[in-house]
Design a protein around this ligand. Sequence first.
Ligand SMILES: [Fe+2]
Length: 286
Amino acid sequence: MTPSAPDASGTGTGTGPGADRRISRKSLLRAAVAAGAAVPLLATGTVALARDAGTRGGPLAPTPFCDDGDDPTPDQMEGPYFKPNSPLRTDLVAPGAPGTRLTVSGYVFGRNCVPLAGVLLDFWQADPAGAYDMAGHAFRGHQFTGSSGAFTLRTVVPGLYPGRTRHLHVKAQAPGEPVLTTQLYFPGEPRNGTDALFDPALLMNVRDAGGGKEATFDFVLDVDGGPTDPPTDPPTDPPGGRWAPGRSYAAGDRVTHAGAAYRCLQAHTSMTGWEPPHVPALWRRE
Ligand SMILES: [Fe+2]
């Protein structure tokens, strides 16, 4: 099947109850302050939302989107195309690769609207022709949120494939917390109305920009939030032993993996695909 050309359109926010969630300006302001200068404030003291910028035609700011902790980002099925061991990178576009350039940016918050640093975000998607790379790692990559809880992904608009509307896949995990698996959607897509998985609460804000697309989305993870524990000094030795998936590791823990020793840099729950050599933000080789 030949997929149609990317047509993720403009600034619509879709329809349905999730597309019109009420946003607490108080929460937004609190989140903006917590995030530092990365979030622009208007002269009125309110937060400059991405949707505001979009309607003015100005630059698209990351969307501080947090609603007093009562509505975490919903989960969605993983689907058949996830692969572990994605590369650590924020840019999924190979030089000269075809496709409409897409930048997705935003923040990851906890329920209490505190931006979360060190959150692992693992993205995967179809290429512009609607195909997933199951032999290699094209259009797959993981990254970690910075100290302000912000992330930026550079990629292309994913192509369509039979049975689905246009979407990105992502896993998000705050250090030491469960993994959220979900999908992000594009407004104005004809198939949004027929794809049973589509959830308007997972719509990105999308606008045209410089021949490509700019999108924003903020994740709200079902965690308490708060600062990440720094590595202990001197480091603690337990539990030690061999690295294994499904374990809770604390900063300073030491493990061995494939004959090498590693020290944990921040608390997290391990999982297959995030072995110490693949996640230098979590493990430092000794
Ligand atoms: Fe998919």
